[in-house]
Design a protein around this ligand. Sequence first.
Ligand code: ATP
Ligand code: MG
Length: 227
Amino acid sequence: MNGRLQARPPITLALSKGRIFDETLPLLADAGIEVPDDLEATRKLILPTSDPDLRIIIVRASDVPTYVQYGAADLGVAGKDVLNEHQPRHSGGLYQPIDLGIARCRMCVAVPVGFDYEAAVYQGARLRVATKYVQAAREHFAAKGVHVDIIKLYGSMELAPLVGLADAIVDLVSTGGTLKANNLTPVEDIATISSRLIVNQAALKTRRERLEPLLDAFRRASGSEDV
Ligand code: ATP
Ligand code: MG
């Protein structure tokens, strides 16, 4: 042994490709952190940053909470939609200190234009609802006392009512353009969605001195209060 301390791995931030990555970069830039690799040009899943003590891993949006919960990532950025579906939901190990206010949208019930949703609900018809957001949909319709058959899909929910798979969908809507293009219309809001910074609870204790400045930077960059 030469007496040198073994280097600890850098702080690891889990992000998903697409809007979360794109909208997190400016927050990192505000904190003086640049991400040199062009994500489109590289297939690398581990990206260094200009901060030698911070690296980024690229995972599926719905896998971000899993990486953080198990401590494979210290931090992550995940939509409220994803966090709400994550199992086990009230797991220890996941701390959600900051609403970053990015990737904003609404979670809605949508139906084909011309479908009388109010009447269907009023008549107590059993609605077939296709969605990726099974938990959120179940809770929403249970609270309304509406009987539904939930059909789990992994994407392209807009298609389901068009081919007779479902009467309605629960999906995320920002401009409404995709719904419109498929002759669907939102009929009910379920929740407003934005992305949160999530932190591994053990890491927050053992690596506090390294994580706190980063959390502060995210707080400042997002103009967010602690929640
Ligand atoms: P994958 O493509 O891996 O199946 P995904 O489709 O959920 O996952 P994205 O489309 O990149 O991945 O969405 C990531 C997050 O961005 C979502 O979890 C949600 O919080 C937010 N998001 C999704 N759709 C919209 C939208 N239309 N407008 C704004 N934010 C959205
Ligand atoms: Mg997607």
